[in-house]
Design a binder for this molecule. Structure first.
Ligand code: IPM
Ligand code: MG
Length: 358
């Protein structure tokens, strides 16, 4: 099989961890007789420096003309004070919107090898395996009106709008139910229906759809309670479906249960066309270029790409097993280091991983 993969290394530690991902794909390509054609493009800060824009048209075009997009991370101090339309984050939002990636899957699974890296007690986090399904192209991130406007009295007023249409709710709800069906059969929808009309509407649509999925047990939580339950007793959750902003916040909290955000991949999928696969963590500018980054979330994002976009589950399994084996051997980057383990940099972690893989 031939696959064209667009690589978006981006900023900070992005290029370092992307190199590891590509090396992994090269090994996998031989073993599974897959042929990868790589094309690289700038996004985020590097794109701003090169072209003045965080998402150049050519980058989006390249992404569209590929089977899948592998993204590392964007952003850094240097671009933090630019006007909003020029900020790296705007490039990421443009990519999501431009490719119609409405469904964001963020797994938070605790690995037995890293259980002591969690800031919560062992008995609370042991066995946690949550999938957050976050709506990604709607809600308050994209709703209009948005901006800072002057009122009649001459006072300025900042505005964003949280809005969801029927079809936007239905398509993400379907992904939520189908994901739950393939996992533990439990779906928790998170909203703020006690205050927000848009949330009550969300809750009603999802409840309506539940009759199509009789084998999925549906529950609802308000977002403040959901945040509390996530740290109180995370094992009660299987699959969570929620809107863009709540999903942004809850997926960070869920990620932290596992002890290292440096281990978590994510997938962003549309109705058709290429998906984007990227680590949950950011560009970590404080450790960029120092060979300290943990490349494993990027590598696990490669596995998600093989599973969800390229339909190569055996190759995905192989990569995920190799990551666990490397941890079993005791290798740790600084972010997941614990007593008695062997601390390594990004490059050495990659070497060990590639050895295990081949
Ligand atoms: C994320 C990030 C982004 C978001 C930012 C960088 C725009 O926090 O992917 O969770 O808010 O969606
Ligand atoms: Mg976030």
């Amino acid at each position: 099989m031939n696959y064209r993969i667009t690589l978006l290394p981006g900023d900070g530690i992005g290029p370092e961890i992307m190199t590891v991902a590509v090396d992994v794909l090269k090994v996998i390509s031989k073993q599974f007789n897959l042929n990868f054609e790589f094309q690289e493009a700038p996004i985020g800060g590097v794109a701003i420096d090169a072209t003045g824009e965080p998402l150049p048209k050519e980058t989006l075009e390249k992404c569209r003309n590929s089977d899948a997009v592998l993204l590392a991370a964007i952003g850094g101090y240097k671009w933090d004070n630019l006007p909003r339309h020029q900020r790296p984050e705007t490039g990421l939002l443009g990519l999501r919107a431009g490719l119609g990636l409405f469904a964001n899957l963020r797994p938070a699974k605790i690995l037995p090898q890293l259980i002591d890296a969690s800031s919560l007690k062992r008995e609370i986090v042991e066995g946690v395996d949550i999938m957050v399904v976050r709506e990604l192209t709607g809600g308050i991130y994209f709703g209009t009106p948005k901006g800072v406007f002057e009122t009649e009295t001459g006072e300025k007023r900042g505005v964003n709008t949280m809005a969801y249409t029927e079809s936007e709710i239905d398509r993400i709800a379907k992904v939520g139910f189908e994901t739950a069906q393939k996992r533990g059969g439990k779906l928790c929808s998170v909203d703020k229906a006690n205050v927000l009309e848009v949330s009550q509407f969300w809750r009603d649509r999802i409840t309506q759809m539940s009759s199509e999925f009789p084998n999925v047990e549906l529950s609802h939580l308000y977002v403040d309670n959901a945040a509390m339950q996530l740290v109180r007793w995370p094992k009660q959750f299987d699959t969570i479906v929620t809107g863009n902003l709540f999903g942004d916040i809850l997926s960070d909290a869920a990620a932290m249960l596992t002890g290292s955000i440096g281990m978590l991949p994510s997938a962003s999928l549309g109705a058709s066309g290429p998906g984007v696969f990227e680590p949950v963590h950011g560009s970590a500018p404080d450790i960029a270029g120092q060979d300290k980054a943990n490349p494993l979330a990027q590598v696990l994002s490669v596995a998600m790409m093989l599973r969800y976009a390229l339909e190569q589950p055996a190759a995905a399994d192989k990569i995920e097993e190799a990551v666990l084996q490397v941890l079993d051997l005791g290798y740790r980057t600084g972010d997941i280091m614990s007593e008695g383990m062997k601390q390594v940099g990004c490059k050495e972690m990659a070497e060990v991983l590639l050895k295990v893989l081949s």
